[in-house]
Design a protein around this ligand. Structure first.
Ligand SMILES: Nc1ncnc2c1ncn2[C@@H]1O[C@H](COP(=O)(O)OP(=O)(O)OP(=O)(O)O)[C@@H](O)[C@H]1O
Ligand SMILES: [Mg+2]
Length: 253
């Protein structure tokens, strides 16, 4: 059984950094899914998807919807076509992890059929992995509609603001409203928290796992487009993420 981890939080809180660093410590086989339109998970792992000729899921669905390309697959029924293209065009594979990016092209037209089909593909694909890490924007509707409604651990990355604190309750309500089932609701302080500010999280509704320490190398690597996987194991951010995952019960090899 794969364990499904979701990293979410408000814009700029550090959810992609958390997902990228978790990649260092979660045991393979590991699948990463980027459902944030911002699409920076691959960048943070030093992968150029365009150069690798890996397409986003929505780009492929868009072409199918517009009947562009894939003429050789014209007689294939839609569910098989989507599944085939998903694994042949959208899956980036490497020694340590595989990665899928949902993409941003979600424009006019009714995507109900592809949407529903997609929702079946990812849980099926996830069964081949020990861990699945999903980088998700704060509104988790896409997660439920396109990816999965059953997850194990929800990590809410928080920035030190009242809005962020309020977002904890909002996220709780939202996951219930959109019928996402989860095991654990974890809270993580981002690198901007002071010890004083941390006390606000300790009294919040969720299991507080700790803070990600500020790390100048994270900024530097992100600026240079260098993979966060190359960050030294003893760097403050690496150590914090490892510690947080261990507290959540993960074996962090
Ligand atoms: N531990 C850290 N120390 C220093 N800087 C950090 C740390 N974690 C993240 N950052 C910086 O904070 C910024 C936002 O991080 P990140 O992109 O992970 O946030 P996000 O929540 O995924 O943002 P978005 O909502 O845009 O997807 C980045 O520029 C990153 O370099
Ligand atoms: Mg991000």
């Amino acid at each position: 059984m794969s364990r499904i981890v979701v990293s979410t939080g408000r814009g700029g809180a550090g959810k992609t950094t958390f997902a990228a660093l978790a990649t260092k410590y979660l045991s393979p086989p590991l699948l990463l899914i980027d459902i944030d339109p911002d699409q920076s998970l691959a960048d943070m792992l030093g992968i150029d998807l365009e150069k690798e000729e890996v397409r986003t899921v929505l780009d492929v669905l868009f072409d199918i919807q517009k009947k562009q390309g894939y003429k050789e697959l014209v007689s294939m029924p839609l569910p098989e076509k989507i599944e085939y293209l998903f694994t042949s065009e959208c899956l980036y594979e490497s020694k340590y992890f595989d990665l899928v990016s949902l993409g941003v092209k979600w424009t006019e037209g009714c995507y109900c059929a592809p949407n529903n089909l997609l929702r079946g593909i990812i849980p099926r694909l996830a069964q081949n992995y020990a861990h699945v890490v999903i980088d998700a924007p704060a509104g988790l509707e896409h997660l439920n509609r396109k990816v999965t409604s059953e997850i194990d651990d929800l990590f809410i990355i928080l920035d030190p603001s009242l809005k962020s604190m309020r977002n904890i309750q909002r996220t709780r309500r939202l996951v219930t409203e959109i019928c996402i089932k989860y095991q654990n609701f974890y809270l993580v302080a981002n690198y901007r928290f002071t010890e004083d500010a941390e006390k606000y999280i300790r009294s919040a509704d969720g299991i507080y796992l700790g803070k990600i320490e500020p790390d100048a190398e994270v900024e530097e690597y992100n600026l240079q487009g260098r993979s966060l996987l190359e960050l030294p194991d003893d760097s403050p951010a690496s150590l914090s993420v490892r510690h947080i995952l261990a507290k959540a019960g993960y074996e962090t090899a």
